[in-house]
Design a protein around this ligand. Sequence first.
Ligand code: PLP
Length: 429
Amino acid sequence: MNNSILKNYYIDLGIDEKVFDYCEAAEEKLKKRFEKADRIAEMNQIKVIKAMQDAGFAESHLYGSTGYGYNDLGRDTLEKIYANVFHTEDALVRQQITCGTHALYIALAGNLRPGDEILSVAGKVYDTLLGVIGVREEKGSLYEYGITYRQVDLLPDGSWDYEGIKNAINEKTKIIEIQRSKGYDVRRSLPVEAIGDIIKYVKSIKPDVICMVDNCYGEFVETLEPSDVGADMVVGSLIKNPGGGLAPIGGYICGTKECVENAAVRLTTPGLGKEVGASLGITRQFAQGLFLAPTVTAAALKGALFASEIYESLGFKTIPGAREERADIIQSVEFGNPELVKAFCEGIQAAAPVDSFVTPIPWEMPGYDSDVIMAAGAFVSGSSIELSADAPMKEPYAVYFQGGLTYPHAKFGIMMSLQKIVEKKLLVW
Ligand SMILES: *Cc1c(COP(=O)(O)O)cnc(C)c1O
């Protein structure tokens, strides 16, 4: 292949020759790891196709219902497909679920009753869930309904605190919450195998406890999902991995028939449950997005590997490291300097297909204790399966970034981030 044509394209877009050459050399070192990501994508792609075929997915299912949405065969078949992919009895996949937090809320609220307790076994739950549960005071929180919460942190080496978990389980414990991705926490993200270990353990102590996994950012990163290793419910957002970039909204809950039904009556109403909720023609985007999700997730993973390789080789701390196993699509780079953080985000923005001319600046955000800078130029607002980056402007000045619907775009974004850093002379090399 003629590399000089490609190089000229990048030079036209403002990438220096030296940056291009550096990135090409880094990419060369990633071949084996990229191959592995592609292989996982292949397995998941076939799994999704089989799920569609087994559900009898047909062209007539692509058209939606209006009004109440009774007898929406397309919607019901898509839910069957999700249940087939995650190997669960049932699924709830709706655009009436407004975001990941909402999906997690109805999964919890629908399955808990006053006097019940939630136990998080991997430390602090995702920030928005603190408000849902009532750890942070919010109107309408589960705490106001008499539901309590406990958490057990992972041990310093990232392993389960078996003793602590055993001591925390009591007669009130109804749901064990396991968050697969570390989110913006500093702990490790959890491989599916480790999730299986803890589910087995808690069920040996309390067999009827419900194990719920917050699956956000983890879908299709491995060939197994938490529901393959005993989870009663897996929950996530459709503007992350499983929406494949095409879903413009939505969330999902896959799990046992009873858990899904309990969540559905909380989403709609008692007595109506899954029967209502018009699909309004969105089934096509949900299904096509799910079809693309395995390769889109692989693209995002490769982008994360590429960034980790580049910035690690330049001497920065990256989490996960370039050679570590991955359990989600999030990559963080510790820059230790606000100017580097800003330059990085400017680069991501400059490489976007939408709003590339915008300059991201740090801003006060509700719910954060420091200014936050965000870079995103997405087709779907707030979609974090599309290439995006954000960073709280405080020590250790770490950028979190994720997504990339295609690997070439993720690669270009990272090259551009390095270009901005080089242009601002923030790096001696
Ligand atoms: C994104 C995310 C959520 C919440 O999703 P929203 O769609 O932003 O409400 C919950 N948990 C984890 C781990 C996430 O990454």
